[in-house]
Design a protein around this ligand. Structure first.
Ligand SMILES: [Mn+2]
Length: 384
């Protein structure tokens, strides 16, 4: 994998001071029958009552749990934030778990655009967090990759909550391990192109997972679709590399020129062009900082929730999504809980799309009639 620079003392994975970080409890399954572990005491648990979990889901700790409960989506945290920008994304999973304020588990909460209730339609589990070594990104990559692979191998969709965007490397590599190298297409939402060659001499940071994945053949340039990029990069050299490798990018210049609907349709069309499996990578800095200030590298002139929610829901409903990541939530930058709230809603929109697909609702840009008919069945113009 990635070597530890030779000028530094070699990383010793067997060092007794660190070995417990990556060692699974020997009694993890024990005599316990496999299945979901629900930590709620009461039937109706408000958001301020703990313990917290992603979208209030019960926990699963082993692949046996996922298989026994036929889990559709396993949400897991990966707290890595070594890359440049403002740190704090390591605490993203904790903040996103705490973001479930309004919807007690088991309480019917249909998505109001589609009338599909994702949390109750799907079997969703909180799969806990990946082990990370907070001294080294390189030492943390393989454990994340192994945990994502462990989920995907059961047929459950892994939904990774970061952590910074260096996670795209182990997340996509793990899915390539399961579905084949170059077989998984990626729709990558981001303010930044994340395809520079190196960052301050390091070949893996949150600024270059795209480059490493394509160079190493885990993903193909042709099936790398970027949406929402803007600002002051890439430079000519890196843009040239992206064009040479066939990446398709829909930056904010394109949104300005052609409008969001055009970009959304193009991105969705391209997402299934030449691939049967889709991974959605969502950097929270895709959103304008007015909506999501709690990120490590905010960039003005971004997308709005009104633009992002439908494309996320549509990708998950209309395409075969086999993995998702939501990264770069940095709670220390999130002065008003806006980012945690939107992160929660991003998860819910994607889950809604996955639930729609499970129910057979895959028509383009679906809305429930009762959601758009104004309450009295008026003949409103179709929004499709
Ligand atoms: Mn990114």
């Amino acid at each position: 994998m990635f070597p530890i620079p030779s000028d530094f003392p070699e990383y010793n994975p067997d060092d007794p001071s660190g070995v417990g970080i990556f060692t699974k409890r020997p009694d993890l399954q024990g005599d316990r029958p496999p299945g979901l572990i629900d930590l709620r005491r009461y039937m109706f648990q408000l958001g301020m009552v703990g313990p917290q979990s992603f979208v209030g889901a019960p926990f699963a700790l082993t692949p046996e749990d996922l298989k026994a409960a036929n889990v559709d989506v396993a949400i897991l945290g990966a707290g890595i934030d070594f890359s440049y920008g403002v740190r704090g994304a390591a605490f993203g999973p904790k903040a996103v778990r705490n973001g479930e304020l309004f919807f007690p588990p088991g309480y019917a909460t249909p998505n109001q655009h589609t009338r599909v209730d994702p949390v109750n339609e799907l079997v969703v589990a909180d799969y806990g967090d990946a082990a990370v070594n907070n001294m080294s990104l390189y030492a943390s990559i393989e454990p994340v990759r192994a945990l994502v692979r462990e989920v995907a191998e059961t047929g459950t969709i892994p939904f990774i909550i970061g952590g910074d965007h260096s996670l795209m490397y182990p997340d996509v590599a793990a899915l390539a391990d399961v579905y084949g190298k170059g077989k998984v297409g990626i729709v990558h939402f981001d303010a930044h192109y994340d395809a520079t060659d190196s960052g301050f001499g390091l070949n893996l940071t949150h600024g270059n997972p795209v480059r490493r994945l394509i160079e190493q053949g885990h993903a193909s340039g042709h099936n790398f679709i970027q949406v929402g990029t803007r600002g002051w990069a890439p430079n000519d050299k890196d843009l040239g590399w992206m064009r040479d490798h066939g990446l398709r990018y829909h930056n904010m210049a394109q949104v300005d020129k052609f409008g969001w609907d055009y970009v959304m349709e193009r991105a969705i069309e391209e997402a299934a062009d030449g691939t049967d499996y889709l991974f959605i990578s969502i950097d929270m800095d895709t959103f304008d900082p007015a909506y999501a200030p709690g990120v490590g590298t905010p960039e003005p002139n971004g997308l709005t929730p009104r633009e992002m929610f439908p494309i996320l829901r549509r990708l998950a409903a209309e395409k075969n999504v086999i993995g998702v990541e939501l990264v770069e939530v940095a709670p220390t930058m999130d002065m008003s809980y806006q980012t945690g709230l939107i992160a929660n809603r991003v998860i819910r929109e994607v889950l809604t799309g996955i639930a729609m697909r499970k129910k057979g609702i895959t028509e383009p840009y679906y809305f429930a009639d009762e959601a758009i008919d104004g309450g009295q069945g008026q003949d409103w113009p179709q929004h499709r």
